[in-house]
Design a binder for this molecule. Structure first.
Ligand SMILES: [Zn+2]
Length: 319
């Protein structure tokens, strides 16, 4: 929070407080992501009836898209601020109170149907005003040589994390190693342009283009030989993921349940300061960040890891 120096920061503080107050307490699973493999189910999502506990995915692995009407003004704000042109595909990432607002650029219709998901308001290489569909097309046409050399650099240093995350991950890794886990760090900070490069090469499968790695709050940690198809490695990895979730007062998150995920190494440190907890919070922030004066004073791209300067993104404070 401390780095955001424009009036936007004040708005954000208010929003965090407001959205926290609006939250009801919720139960259920951990997990920063929503995608998982599994059985196919091609039936239509019809989950709104059970949305007294909103967020996450239903039993068929389909996101519980937020069901509400949007006025023309709200649609324009979501488009201008976040590149969201189909607000009916917005949803909360899970059912916990730290869930964040996410967006599928198209409807996910079954558990194994692949769609790209984005964290609303997160740093990325999406241009101001660009919708996510257009971002995806642009990325598909980019080759490795089109990205700056820095995008190819793999950072494995904990020193480049957000200061709070640096301390927390150092303590986590120390404790886990003392508990006899064999661990190696595969990647820590990832610039938005590296995130975009990986997205373009991986067709979004593992990389979302909107990542906590770009905030210095995620570390990819490999257990043992990293071969998750080996039963012994897999068992160790499941044990490690349980360790991560139980350690540090539940401040760390993994993607999916401990024993089933599409991204085994990813661990991130949760924060209330990044991500929207409700549509209303996102709309209020959009109203503030899309004004002419806010647009005239975007955060410097240097502070955004080289990303497009945009007053509508959450600014990291990496140093
Ligand atoms: Zn990761």
């Amino acid at each position: 929070m401390s780095v955001r120096s424009t009036t936007v920061s004040l708005v954000l503080v208010a929003l965090v407080a407001t959205s926290a107050a609006l939250l009801s307490s919720r139960d259920d699973a951990t997990g920063a992501g929503s995608r998982s493999g599994g059985e196919s189910d091609t039936s239509e999502a019809a989950s709104t009836a059970q949305d007294t506990t909103p967020g996450g995915t239903d039993a068929r692995g389909i996101p519980r898209y937020i069901s509400r009407p949007f006025s023309a003004r709200e649609r324009r704000l979501l488009l201008d601020a976040y590149g969201v042109d189909d607000p009916q595909w917005l949803y909360l990432s899970d059912s916990t109170e730290s869930a964040i607002l996410k967006y599928d650029s198209k409807e996910k219709r079954c558990k194994t149907c692949y769609v790209d998901s984005y964290r609303v308001g997160y740093l990325s290489m999406r241009r101001v005003g660009e919708i996510w569909d257009d971002f995806e097309v642009r990325m598909r046409h980019m080759r490795r040589a089109d990205f700056p050399p820095s995008a190819a650099r793999v950072d494995v240093s904990l020193d480049d994390l957000d200061p709070e995350a640096r301390t927390a991950f150092t303590a986590l890794l120390d404790a886990a190693r003392r508990a006899d886990f064999a661990l190696s760090v595969r990647e820590t900070y990832r610039s938005p342009d590296r995130e975009a490069l990986l997205f373009s090469e991986g067709h979004g499968r593992t990389y979302t283009a909107t990542s906590m790695h770009s905030y210095g709050r995620a570390v990819d940690i490999v257990v043992g030989d990293g071969r998750v198809n080996r039963p012994s490695t897999r068992a160790d990895w499941v044990r490690f993921r349980r360790f991560v979730l139980s350690w540090g007062n539940g401040s760390f998150r993994v993607i999916g349940p401990p024993d089933h995920t599409w991204d085994w190494p990813h661990v991130e440190l949760a924060t209330d300061n990044i991500g929207f907890r409700s549509i209303d919070a996102a709309l209020a922030f959009a109203a503030a960040c899309t004004t002419d004066s806010a647009r005239a004073h975007p955060p410097a791209s240097a502070a955004l890891g080289g990303a497009v300067s945009d007053p509508c993104v959450f600014v990291p404070h990496l140093r």
